[in-house]
Design a protein around this ligand. Structure first.
Ligand code: HMG
Length: 416
């Protein structure tokens, strides 16, 4: 018999500063409505060199352990999903393992495939547990990234940063995964990439949106086929996608979730054999505002205030969704879509646990965001221009880690 497996709890870490997106628009001579209504952004996290992908990952993982009372002797695996690596060889997972003084008898590694790396890690952990190989142990999966395109680029308002740590176990209080129902789609494309040695990503922005939508259509159809075989969704008066209580998407910017949701609906409308006859009428039905409001909008509260967090973006949407509606969704099935440029998309699903609201209350997300400091565009530009290897000497906030120095190519961290 298959084991129940999924996400037991989560914690979020974000940089201590953010810039208001309207301030950024005004400084760039752009109509603020383009960034707010056009992209769906409100605020954008701004990190300094001391808040690197390691310190954010370690802070999120330490917070998870502390907030949820995790017994670390029961952990058998630590996977870090990231595309903001700090070394070609030494994984971020080994830094996190050391900073948190985790048990020696653990499998630790990083997982990289653009924004998909976190989901690849989650699936490796979930399938390790479901197969019985974990022998009752749990896994930590940490998604950590800094999204950086550079000053005055088209991608600038879609930057961000942070980390989400997930505890994966046989007690899925947040989300019990439908193991084996996953639909996937891979294509070799150059939509977004960051060649070795570059701090800023390169992106073919509009093409990347097309690649995302194309990959997700394949992934969604794969999931739907398996879900139909198991009788979880059917062709009915409601579309199969409408039979999911909520659908969470990879969120490079919030408007993308709206486009993605229309694409999922379009797949159903095109494949249903009934419904609107013309492509124009199908497009119109796919863009249903009511469906977006009911199934997607409430998941975006955190993403709109943090920006893109690459591997962590989907899990920030999960945090936002359960923070907003954890109690109301208990027992209901949600769909989740992960996309990583390059590319790989995966659509999967799970059932919200009865203790989701209680677990989310412990994550204390309002405080995590409220503690941040709003900075001016001038200060944001100063921070962006600091060398990555010379962190400012700032004492870490209690419970957080910071990069203190890099000495002879070795990174030293302080805090927690
Ligand atoms: P852009 O070309 O500056 O913007 O870049 P635009 O002209 O496309 O406008 C954006 C939206 O604002 C449009 O809405 C405009 O109509 C609207 P849409 O037509 O798309 O619905 N707009 C306005 N709305 C209200 N008032 C106004 C106004 N003006 C315009 N005055 C772009 C936008 C997203 C391309 C750019 O920011 C970019 O390149 N971002 C980075 C790439 C990205 O996020 N791609 C997403 C898909 S790929 C992905 O998700 C993977 C990724 O996370 C990386 C990974 O996997 O590792 C990126």
């Amino acid at each position: 018999m298959k084991k129940r497996v999924g996400i037991e709890a989560l914690a979020v870490a974000v940089p201590r500063r953010y810039v208001d997106i309207e301030d950024l628009a005004r400084a760039r001579g752009v109509d603020p409505a383009k960034f707010t209504a056009g992209l769906g952004a409100k605020e954008m996290a701004v990190n300094d060199p001391g808040e690197d992908s390691v310190s954010l990952a370690a802070t999120a993982a330490a917070r998870l352990i502390q907030q949820q009372g995790v017994d670390t002797s029961k952990l058998g695996m630590l996977v870090v999903g990231t595309e903001t690596g700090v070394d070609h060889s030494k994984p971020i997972a080994s830094h996190v393992h050391g900073l948190l003084k985790l048990p020696r008898a653990m499998r630790t590694f990083d997982s990289q495939h653009a924004c998909y790396g976190g989901t690849a890690g989650l699936m490796a952990a979930a399938e390790w547990i479901a197969s019985g190989a974990g022998a009752g142990r749990s896994a930590l999966v940490v998604c950590t990234d800094i999204a950086r395109y550079g000053l005055k680029t088209a991608g600038e308002p879609t930057q961000g940063g942070g980390a989400v740590a997930l505890l994966v176990s046989e007690t899925p209080d947040l989300l019990a995964l439908d193991v084996g129902l996953n639909g996937v789609s891979t294509a070799d494309v150059y939509d977004f990439w960051r060649p070795v040695g570059r701090r800023e990503a390169l992106v073919d922005g509009h093409y990347s949106i097309t690649c995302y939508l194309d990959a997700m259509a394949g992934a969604y159809r794969g999931w739907r086929e398996r879900a139909m075989e198991q009788g979880l969704v059917r062709w009915d008066s409601k579309l199969p996608s409408e039979q999911l209580s909520r659908i969470l998407y990879h969120v490079p910017f919030c408007k993308m979730a709206r486009k993605a949701h229309a694409q999922v609906r379009l797949c159903d409308l095109e494949d249903s054999g009934s419904g609107p006859a013309t492509p124009e009428a199908r497009d119109e039905a796919a863009k249903s505002q009511a469906s977006y409001d009911a199934q997607v909008a409430k998941s975006l509260g955190l993403n709109a205030r943090v920006g893109n967090v690459y591997t962590a973006s989907l899990y920030l949407a999960l945090a936002g969704q359960l923070h907003a509606e954890g109690a109301a969704l208990a027992g209901q099935r949600m769909g989740l879509l992960s996309y990583g440029s390059g590319s790989c998309a995966e659509f999967f699903s799970g059932i919200v646990g009865e203790k989701a609201a209680e677990r989310m209350a412990r994550a204390d997300l309002d405080t995590v965001l409220a503690k941040r400091e709003r900075v001016s565009v001038e200060e944001y530009e100063r921070l962006m221009n600091l060398p990555y290897d010379a962190p400012e000497a700032i004492a870490p906030e209690p419970g957080t880690f910071r990069l203190a120095e890099i000495h002879e190519f070795r990174r030293k961290y302080a805090g927690a």
